[in-house]
Write a protein that binds this ligand. Structure first.
Ligand code: ADP
Ligand code: MG
Length: 464
């Protein structure tokens, strides 16, 4: 091979990926290395990207040897391997490079010195809008007509009529859908108005970080150019006193500057627990639009619309059956429909009430699927590539202790088991150990957005 003309390209990258899959095995590959992307190559160094810092650290700490060995087969003179953080759909985050370097045949890992600083935070502000969540795709009925009309008004008016718009309703009833729809509509009709959508947790996280780095003025500065600010799921700000205080002031300042604010929560402002009275009344001083639990008619309407969008024929009787039987929320209903359609196309049988009953057995039995601690332990162990017995073992090394703590935390937040019960399932640990784990994970969640994202991903894996 002539080194002067050697290049590393996408083709080589795909066969390198196949090799990696072979060496680490399917599970580890799918959990971790699948997220690795090729960025660039220069003579003796190659750069890969991963979507989060958490993944970067995990991969470097656990797989750098294997990656090095496999890469060497393609690039003999390889000397430096770099890992940078690049959120999916985003750009490379500055200051996040971790480098592993070969010197005297001994590979060392170093972290870019800037990686613990906050230099990247303006890029992280706001979250992308989901293209499926538009007004066109939203089915209107009695339970959501006020929220729908108010959301449309906010997205069309040049003048602000109510501020804030507060959307409240239970899980899976369309709050997030409406907020994204507002965002899309404004982008389409008034592209020079700047809209930011983000979760309350992310908003709080930005606050905490700004406070920690004594940079609240820079934080507030970011809002100056925003015309519409949407914050989803504000029930999550409850209890965090000093951040609430800051939130309150920023909130007032924005309203004074005539910025439209849209808020959502699973309860009305007055019912929010752990939120200061002052903030509650401020949140409720615009329009509070309730989204009520779905009715049979609305559920049927939504199912008809969703079936049409997918271009599948489902007998009306089956749709009626589903609308009767799955009443908890729209998200669950959509899941049921997806499953039914998938079954129909895979097996090739017509969709009938009987097949629906068969395929959706678990959903129909109880709309609230019960998740067991054992399932959580299994999923978490798989995700972190440790043995399931490590969930019960006394080993304290961090590589098993942290996943174990995560599993305890998830057991506490997903199941209705008590702390002592959870402790027993983790090798007879004391309830205070579980409590400590829950606290630790909560701290990490707040301090590290990447960790938080990884945890959300795990939750979703377990829920599905
Ligand atoms: P929430 O934020 O209130 O928990 P979401 O907005 O995430 O709920 O809605 C859950 C799912 O149900 C989404 O896929 C959304 O598109 C769908 N959905 C909810 N309400 C409606 C509706 N009225 N019409 C169409 N889809 C809906
Ligand atoms: Mg939501």
């Amino acid at each position: 091979m002539d080194n002067n003309t050697f290049t590393f390209d996408e083709n080589k990258w795909s066969s390198l990926k196949k090799d990696l899959k072979k060496t680490v095995g399917d599970t580890a590959y799918n959990n971790w290395l699948k997220h690795l992307n090729y960025v660039s190559f220069e003579e003796t160094s190659i750069t890969f990207s991963v979507p989060t810092k958490f993944l970067r650290d995990w991969i470097v700490n656990n797989y750098s040897d294997k990656i090095k060995n496999e890469t060497k087969k393609y690039i003999k003179k390889i000397d430096i391997i770099k890992f940078v953080v690049k959120p999916s759909g985003g750009r490379i985050v500055p200051g996040t490079t971790r480098t592993i370097k070969s010197s005297d045949n001994h590979w060392k890992s170093t972290l870019d010195v800037r990686s613990n600083q906050t230099s990247n935070y303006p890029n992280e502000f706001g979250a992308p809008l989901d293209p499926r969540f538009t007004f066109d795709n939203f089915v209107v009925g009695k339970p959501n007509e006020l929220a729908f009309a108010a959301s449309q008004r906010v997205s069309e008016a040049d003048k602000i009529t109510f501020n804030p718009l507060f959307l409240c309703g239970g899980v899976g009833l369309g709050k997030t859908h409406l907020m994204h729809a507002i965002g899309w509509k404004i982008k389409q009709k008034q592209p020079d108005r700047k809209v930011i959508y983000l979760s309350a947790e992310k908003f709080m996280y930005q606050f905490v970080r700004a406070l920690r780095y004594k940079d609240t003025s820079a934080f507030k500065e970011q809002f100056r150019s925003i015309d519409v600010l949407m914050i989803d799921d504000v029930q999550f700000i409850s209890g965090k006193d000093n951040t609430q205080e800051e939130f309150f002031h920023t909130f007032n300042a924005l309203i004074e500057q005539n910025k439209q604010i849209v808020i959502s929560a699973d309860k009305s402002p007055t019912d929010l627990d752990g939120v200061q009275e002052r903030l509650k009344s401020r949140l409720g001083c615009g329009l509070v639009a309730d989204i009520h639990p779905t009715t049979y008619e609305l559920r049927l309407g939504i199912l008809i619309e969703k079936a049409q969008k997918r271009g599948v024929e489902i007998p009306p009787k089956v749709l009626e059956f589903l609308s009767h039987r799955i009443i908890s929320n729209v998200r669950e209903m959509e899941g049921a429909l997806n499953r039914l359609v998938a079954h129909g196309t895979l097996v090739g049988t017509p969709i009938t009430i009987e097949t629906a009953q068969l395929v959706l057995q678990d959903l129909l039995k109880s709309s609230n699927k019960k998740i067991t601690i054992e399932e959580i332990q299994k999923k978490v162990a798989e995700h972190f590539n440790i043995r399931i017995t490590d969930m019960h073992s006394p080993r304290r090394s961090r590589s098993v202790a942290r996943p174990r703590q995560i599993a305890m935390y998830l057991a506490k937040s997903i199941t209705s088991r008590s702390l002592p019960e959870i402790g027993r399932k983790f090798g007879g640990r004391d309830h205070t150990t579980v409590m400590h784990a829950v606290k630790k994970i909560e701290e990490l969640k707040l301090a590290d957005i990447n960790f938080n994202e990884d945890l959300e991903l795990l939750k979703r894996l377990i829920d599905s």
